[in-house]
Design a protein around this ligand. Structure first.
Ligand SMILES: Cc1cc2nc3c(=O)[nH]c(=O)nc-3n(C[C@H](O)[C@H](O)[C@H](O)COP(=O)(O)OP(=O)(O)OC[C@H]3O[C@@H](n4cnc5c(N)ncnc54)[C@H](O)[C@@H]3O)c2cc1C
Length: 295
């Protein structure tokens, strides 16, 4: 299928891009990697009258650590940049685990993490990862910049709090307060597919005590689900088989899966429990070894 007719703009400055979005009203859309927007337009699920292509704004193509340890991911940082990032491999285990599981190599070469957050697909992998990490989206519009916690960014399937004339310029992961561990596991029907079930776990420990935890679920509800009670059940104590079982049970309890051609609701809920147990089971061994080395 062909998309409806649209006006195409490719501005060379952020201010110009924001101005175009402002003038275009609800009928203008940002184009980043195009890996979700273009298919939606070709299927006529989206028919924007104006496309504001931000690919001429190379200043947005970065990911870097600030001196305080915050990780900043610009709006043109591609999935592939994150997949092959040494910075992620050494400092962000949850993100490093997720990056190679997003779509396929072709999509990863163009698609962006920030675009994935803005698209707000309940099956998008990055939203869970960023939610588990306590991330923030920085939006810029005619009224200035604002920071929006990922937990408040998505309001429903394919809906966010972004105003029509705002551009999400970057996503930010806060600095670690302990030793980071965690992971991302995803069941997909075939490699490169969207998640039937995805689970993001981010843990920070001091010695063997968990001092910060985040757990979020992909594909098992109308939007990304933050399993806050499950994360709280891990915090303030060492990871044990009991605390892991409690967290896995609590997370499975907040999942809202639906039975479909990919599996029954009960099967998907079971997978949430299994994935959390697997990620945290691996984490116990790693945190114990790190604590022993430090002692
Ligand atoms: C075959 C295929 C398989 C896929 N599999 C997966 C998968 O397994 N897991 C997964 O998570 N995703 C998957 N995707 C989606 C992919 O990750 C997209 O790259 C991502 O969802 C959107 O990023 P983008 O940069 O391509 O955004 P675009 O397609 O350019 O935009 C998507 C939406 O976000 C808005 N937007 C984008 N950037 C900004 C911004 N900076 N500010 C404001 N609004 C913005 C656009 O206006 C549009 O509404 C798949 C896509 C395809 C085509």
């Amino acid at each position: 299928m062909f998309p409806s007719r649209f006006r195409y703009e490719a501005p060379h400055s952020l201010d110009e891009a924001i101005g175009l979005l402002h003038d275009g009203g609800d009928y203008a859309k940002v184009l980043a990697g195009g890996q979700s927007l273009v298919p939606m337009m070709k299927l006529r699920f989206a028919s924007p009258e104006m496309i504001v292509d931000i690919n001429n704004l190379p200043d947005l193509a970065y990911h870097r650590a600030d001196p305080d340890g915050s990780l900043r991911i610009g709006a043109l940082c591609r999935h592939a940049d994150l997949e092959f990032s040494n910075l992620l491999k050494t400092t962000q285990p949850t993100m490093a685990a997720a990056a190679p599981l997003v779509a396929d190599p072709l999509v990863r070469n163009r698609g962006t993490l920030v675009g994935s957050l803005c698209h707000a697909d309940p099956q998008g992998d990055w939203a869970s990862v960023m939610l588990a990490l306590g991330g923030t989206v920085i939006a810029q519009g005619p009224r200035g910049r604002r920071a929006i916690p990922v937990a408040e960014f998505v309001t429903g399937p394919f809906e966010t709090v972004l105003e029509h004339d705002e551009i999400a310029v970057e996503a930010v992961v806060p600095p670690a307060i302990g030793v980071r561990s965690g992971g991302y596991l995803k069941l997909e029907r075939r490699v490169g597919d969207f998640a039937t079930v995805g689970v993001a776990v981010a843990i920070e420990t001091s010695g063997t005590t968990v001092i910060r935890a985040g757990i979020a679920l992909t594909g098992v509800g109308g939007s990304t689900i933050g399993a806050t009670d499950a994360a709280a059940a891990l915090t303030g104590k060492p990871l044990t088989a009991d605390s892991i079982a409690e967290a896995a049970g609590l997370a499975a309890g907040v999942a809202q899966p639906r039975t479909d051609h990919r599996g029954s609701a009960e099967y998907k809920r079971h997978l949430v429990r299994v994935f959390i147990s697997r990620i945290l089971g691996g984490t116990i061994a790693a945190t114990t070894a790190t604590a022993e080395r430090a002692a």
